[in-house]
Every structure is written in structure tokens, then in C-alpha cells.
Design a protein around this ligand. Structure first.
Ligand code: MV4
Length: 519
């Protein structure tokens, strides 16, 4: 089976790794700015599909299906984002005789409607947040909606039927702000999704965001996995994920997993999918939505279960039966944490920081997994999501995984662009994070309370290292013959003088690092 990967960056690289381990040939696709991208070099073949703008390349169903036919591919893996949850793409693949490595087009379309998804959950006997069942289009008046709102009870959220992930979502505290929220939510949904229908839900206060990964085969078997904790989000973007959640007991895990599997079975789901839940302070959980794709954060599940989800996606698409032991999927071994490393400047409001990567040394060593998507010499484009790597650590306990993450983040070097690494180093030192005391509102509140301090401040260890290096340098300068020992010669590579300055840190720190790393 030859597989075309209809994606780019780290997820394309991840899928190529799975294919290579299974002995399957791979086909990459790329846009103008991705000619030299890592996924293009690592695939067996690559086809150009258009200009840099995503709508002219990675979102072009016709161009991708055409590339698959020209390459003689048998199957298409959509990754996440782009066309991954596009029912028309799944249908176009099937129509061209290509196996779509994902759920059926019908399942994608059904779960794409957030009200239909709520109905499916209700029919499966799974609790949903109190709310409206029918999509509320322009024909439903504000007064009618206000009556429904009264019955549900404030505070509320207005959500887009075609939305998901918080896009087009508006919070409402009382009747006075309802009409305005409906208007803006409808208008946002109309331009973002071409569907302005909305629905209402009671708003939970400070919930945790828990999700259940599952796999379904084409023979009716559905296996739910141990939960992921995804409450650390910035403006509805996940930035850190973990498995398991410290808020979930083994007994609660079984109940949430059983509920998730019931929803998937109710819609005859096959391949990889994820059910999102909100968990309140009392341990009550509520169905939120279903994502009909492999998710960005799938590695934390792979790490604590030792199950390769991407390989299983391919095996399921080939018609194989799931032979995973359900107890193994539900029982975490140790703890895993993922940090999404973005080409963004945390010291300037997380502004994108595209540009040339002049040097790259990912973290490695015990318990570290780097799902990277770029290489040195590549220019991070402005056209797409700016995530350049996912750093995952495993530990025997959560504390161990957190300490490993701090160690790995300090090891990780990216030269030439700004990244979110300094932000994660700071987050890993926050007492509430270390204790696991957080919910979905935690990170935005924490960041709002910082008023502009730099994340790149020195840690105590850095300062100690710097003074040691300075002392050593003074000593060696005083005893070395001039132009001799070469202590201050230019060095190529990541720790050389050429890299100094790209962190925006004082050069003595680079001198310290350089000295410390010398054998
Ligand atoms: C909610 C909610 C509270 N009550 N729904 C935002 C993303 C989307 N998947 C659902 N979201 C929320 N839906 C009800 N009825 C709070 C959020 C929410 C949130 C959810 C997950 C992670 C971070 C979040 C941050 C703010 C709000």
C-alpha cells in the first residue's frame, strides 16, 4: 500500500515514520515555500501541488487527488487540520479509488454538526451540557432564543453549529448581553464556516478539558484509551497536554471511556477519533464534541500505552481487526507531557516569528520524544500554523515527567527564530502547574497577571554556570599564550559564536554555554 500524505510539517514526518516502519512507500505533497521542507526530503516521492497559500495547495482537493493518481498511491492520510475533517475530501478520495485513512465521509459530516453530535451523545445515554438540541438559524428570533436561554439558565455560551474548538464561541452572563452575542456569533460563524447557525449551552465554571482517544475498526470494535488532560490552553489553542489527568481516578476513567466508546458505536465510527468532555469540580463529566481525526496531542497517549496510533490507523484502513487488549489501552504506564513548540515570540504577545532556522538541536536522552517538522536551513513560512515541533517527555510519575520536560527544554536549541521554549521553561516552574492545580481558565489568567515581564529571564542554574565560566575564562586568559590554545577561536555549529545573539540574551551567557559544553 503506497500512501500519499496530504499534509506538511511535523505530522507529515510522523506519518512517514509509521509508514517506513511498516515497509510502506510514501508520497509527499508540497507548496512553493515547502520545496525544501523536511517532509519532502523524507518521503520516497514528492509532488508539487501549488502556490504557498493553503487554499491554493494543501486545501486543493483536486490537486491532491491528482497527485495521488499520478504517483500511483493506494491510500491518502490527511493528518490533522487542512482537509482532515472535510467530508468532501474523504468522498473525493473514495471516488478516485483511494483509501481514505480516517473515518467515513458520513461520520465526518455528522460530527461536523455540533448539534447532531450532541444528539448522538444523548441517544447513546451520555451526559451533555444542558443546552439547545436544534440549530438556531436566522429564522429563530432573539425573543424565542431568550425563552430557551431562561429554561437552560445563565451563564451561557453561544456556539457555532459548524464550529468547534472555541471558534465563534461567545459567553453570555444575562439577557441584556444575549442579543449582541447571538449577532456576533452568527456573523463570525457565517464568514468562518459558511453556516451562521448557532446553539446554546449552559456555561460550566472552571471546567477541566478531558478527552478520550479511541480507535474503531471496520468490524464494529471500538477501543477507548486512557484520557488526555488538555486544560492548558491559550486563547482556545492547546499548548500543553498530558496523559493521564491527575483529576481522573481509575474508576472515573472507566466511566468516561465507556461513555466515549458508546458515542462512537452510536455512529458506527471507524479509525481514530477523539471525544472531548468538560469535567466539573464535582467530577461530573459532559460530552462536548467529537474530533474525527488524529489529533496533534496523540503522542502522549502513545507514550503511556506503547501503542502506535498511526500504524493502527493504517491497519484499520486496510480492513484489519483491532487486536489491542482493551485493558492495556486504558491503563497508563507512567506519565507523559507534551509541549507544542511554536515559532512565536512569547516576549511579544506570542507574535509569529517566521524565518530561517540557522541551527537546530532537538532534545534527546532518556524519556524524551521529539516530533519535529523542520530542519536547520529551512525557512518557517508565514502561510501556515507556526508549530515547528512537539516535545514529549515520559516519567514514572507526573513530577518526574515535569522535571524531564524542564531538562529537555533547556537542551533544545533553535537558532535564528524566536520560539515558545522560554515560555514553557517558565510554565514548568509555576507552583500551580507543578501541583496540577489548573483548569481551562488557568493559563489566560496566569498570562494576564504577568504584565509584560520577559520569559527569557535567567534561571539560577544559568547564573551559576555563567559565573563559573567567567572565572575559568579569566584564569585561562591569564595563563594561555596569546593566539595559542584557541579557546576563543570561532567555532561552527550550534554552540559557536555565530549563534550568539539570536536568543536576545547577553553574549556572556553564550560564552558560558560554550565553555561549559567543551569536552
Ligand atoms: C465550554 C466551556 C464552558 N461551558 N462549554 C472552548 C473550546 C471548545 N472546544 C469548547 N470550549 C469551552 N466550552 C461550556 N458549556 C468552556 C470552554 C472553554 C475551554 C474549553 C477547553 C479548553 C479551554 C477552554 C478555555 C475557555 C473556555
Amino acid at each position: 500500500m503506497k500512501i500519499l500524505i496530504a499534509n506538511r510539517g511535523e505530522i507529515a514526518v510522523r506519518i512517514i515514520r509509521a509508514c517506513r516502519e511498516m515497509g510502506l512507500p510514501t508520497v509527499a505533497v508540497y507548496s512553493d515555500c515547502d520545496r525544501d521542507a523536511r517532509h519532502v526530503r523524507e518521503a520516497d516521492q514528492a509532488f508539487h501541488i501549488g502556490p504557498s497559500e493553503a487554499v491554493k495547495s494543501y486545501l486543493r482537493i483536486d490537486a491532491i487527488v491528482d497527485a495521488a493518481k499520478r504517483a500511483g498511491a493506494d491510500a491518502v492520510h490527511p493528518g490533522y487540520g487542512f482537509l482532515a475533517e472535510n467530508a468532501a475530501f474523504a468522498r473525493a478520495c473514495a471516488g478516485a479509488g483511494l483509501t481514505f485513512i480516517g473515518p467515513s465521509a458520513d461520520a465526518i459530516a455528522l460530527m461536523g454538526s455540533k448539534t447532531a453530535a450532541r444528539e448522538a451523545a444523548i441517544s447513546a445515554g451520555v451526559p451533555v451540557v444542558p443546552g439547545t438540541e436544534r440549530p438556531l438559524d436566522e429564522r429563530v428570533s432573539d425573543d424565542e432564543i431568550a425563552t430557551m436561554a431562561e429554561a437552560i439558565g445563565y451563564p451561557l455560551v453561544v456556539k457555532a453549529v459548524a464550529g468547534g474548538g472555541g471558534k465563534g464561541m461567545r459567553t453570555v452572563d444575562d439577557r441584556a448581553s444575549l442579543s449582541g452575542a447571538i449577532r456576533t456569533a452568527r456573523s463570525e460563524a457565517g464568514s468562518a464556516f459558511g453556516n451562521s447557525a448557532i446553539y446554546l449551552e449552559r456555561r460550566l465554571v472552571r471546567p477541566r478539558h478531558i478527552e478520550i482517544q479511541l480507535l474503531g475498526d471496520r468490524h464494529g470494535t471500538v477501543i477507548p484509551f486512557v484520557e488526555r488532560e488538555c486544560s492548558i490552553q491559550r486563547r482556545h489553542q492547546k499548548v500543553v497536554e498530558e496523559s493521564p489527568s491527575i483529576a481522573v481516578t481509575p474508576e472515573l476513567r472507566r466511566r468516561i471511556a465507556t461513555a466515549a466508546a458508546a458515542v462512537a458505536r452510536a455512529v458506527n465510527y471507524s479509525n481514530a477519533g477523539t471525544i472531548e468532555f468538560l469535567l466539573d469540580e464535582n467530577g461530573a463529566f459532559y460530552f462536548l464534541e467529537m474530533n474525527t481525526r488524529l489529533q496533534v496531542e496523540h503522542p502522549v497517549t502513545e507514550v503511556v500505552t506503547s501503542i502506535d496510533l498511526v500504524q493502527w490507523q493504517i491497519r484499520i484502513a486496510r480492513g484489519e481487526k483491532l487486536t489491542i487488549d482493551p485493558e492495556r489501552a486504558l491503563t497508563p504506564h507512567g506519565h507523559a507531557i507534551e509541549c507544542r513548540i511554536y515559532a512565536e515570540d512569547p516576549d511579544h504577545g506570542f507574535l509569529p516569528s517566521p524565518g530561517l532556522i540557522r541551527g537546530l538541536r532537538p532534545a534527546a536522552g532518556p524519556g524524551v520524544r521529539d516530533d519535529g517538522g523542520v530542519s536547520a536551513g529551512y525557512t518557517v513560512p508565514v502561510f501556515y500554523d507556526s508549530m515547528i515541533a512537539k516535545l514529549v517527555t515520559w516519567g514514572e510519575s507526573r513530577g518526574h515527567a515535569v522535571r524531564r520536560m524542564s531538562r529537555a527544554l533547556r537542551e533544545y536549541e533553535v537558532l535564528g527564530i524566536q520560539t515558545t521554549i522560554p515560555f514553557f521553561l517558565w510554565l514548568m516552574r509555576q507552583p500551580d502547574y507543578i501541583e496540577g492545580r489548573y483548569d481551562t481558565t488557568y493559563l489566560d489568567r496566569l498570562l494576564a497577571g504577568r504584565n509584560g515581564q520577559s520569559f527569557s529571564e535567567l534561571t539560577e542554574a544559568d547564573e551559576e554556570l555563567a559565573s563559573m565560566a567567567a572565572a575559568l575564562d579569566t584564569y585561562l586568559r591569564s595563563s594561555a599564550p596569546s593566539g595559542g590554545a584557541g579557546l576563543h577561536r570561532e567555532r561552527s555549529g550550534l554552540n559557536g559564536a555565530s549563534g550568539a545573539g539570536h536568543y536576545g540574551r547577553p553574549s556572556w551567557k553564550h560564552a558560558a554555554r560554550r565553555e561549559a559544553l567543551r569536552e
